[in-house]
Design a protein around this ligand. Sequence first.
Ligand code: GTP
Ligand code: MG
Length: 393
Amino acid sequence: MKLMVIGLGQCGSRIGDEFVRLNRRAQKERHATIITGGYAVNTDQADLTGLRYIDSDYLHRILIGGRKTWGHGVGKVNEIGAELAREDGDKIIDAIKTAPRFYETHAFLLIAGAAGGTGSGAISVIAQMLKERYIGKQVYALVTLPFEHEEVSELRSVYNSATCLKSIYSVADGVFLADNQRYVRKDASMATNLQRINRFIVEPFYDLMCAGEITKYRHVGAKTLDAGDIMQSIEGWTVVGSGSTSLPPAFRFPWRLAKSHFREKGAESIRAIQAMDAALSELSLGCSPEDAGRALYLLAAPHNEMSMDIAKSLGDYLRELAENAVIRSGDYPREKGTVDVSILLSQLAFVQKVRDYYDRASAFAHTQKERIKETTGRLRDMEEAAKELPSLI
Ligand SMILES: Nc1nc2c(ncn2[C@@H]2O[C@H](COP(=O)(O)OP(=O)(O)OP(=O)(O)O)[C@@H](O)[C@H]2O)c(=O)[nH]1
Ligand SMILES: [Mg+2]
């Protein structure tokens, strides 16, 4: 599957940068192209400079709202982020339509951090622009949710997240959710932590996107997962995950293997199930699989680790967990010494975290309104007290 990736704001641009890195890796390791263009959009010039993989010309690193923010961001006010995207969105359209691989693009992927200003505000405006202009092309969003400490210390980040999620859900064809808090490793410094988190966020997309774009015959699966299958599996709230189990050393040298041994036969299925379990426990956001209306899994492993039995046991296992979902699947033969499973759960009917944002943001909006009313009243009181005094201007 080939995506055109547009990162918005600091968080979105950095994750977009990781996708471009992933594309280079796909070209090198698998001779496959999975990104038809990578763009970063921000109101903050310094953040655009800090990227590594996205081309550094002005068509790929796009500054919006320059006249209004002087290149210094919108300070977490996502209404301004949305307004600037409305004014300068054409810059993005102009840039993507000149991309040489534009017509190979299966879908757009817009990325942003929900709690900030620029990305949070711009993502739904740009999604709407793309939907109106490229009718029939899918527009997906990948939205990261704030860390717990941000939610506690700045109520504004909860409010931004809620308004961002509400708006993007109404316009995008699918919204991937990634919860920053799930990736936290307490021992690392913030900067390396963010980079690590970004790598974890993009990783589950790698096999999924590569599987249908393979050119080498021996890497083509019996049941190839192509862009159509993936797009059929994405609608509304979506989470992804990937898990892996390594093969015992003998498996890396298959000619040494006594495959027919009954114990080995059972171990094959167990390895695949273990990888699926790992994928489910590493989902980008905590949710219940039974709330999913669609699900998809991809098994990537050496040829001799993939059989009908294994495919069946994986399918049965996921069916038990996601009993209400239409399940699609694929396989992807590779030489690496691991068994990897990638999972996508979509059309989630309930997401606790999103629901909590909506509730808390509504309460926040209410208290803000009360506070403004109170402040206005007190200011009026003060003016009243000075009514009899002469003014010097
Ligand atoms: N996963 C991840 N989250 C990030 C990254 N950078 C920022 N965030 C999160 O994104 C949210 C803030 O959004 P930003 O992207 O910094 O904000 P912005 O869109 O640039 O908007 P302004 O700076 O307000 O103009 C916070 O919840 C951060 O924790 C990153 O590189 N990776
Ligand atoms: Mg910023």
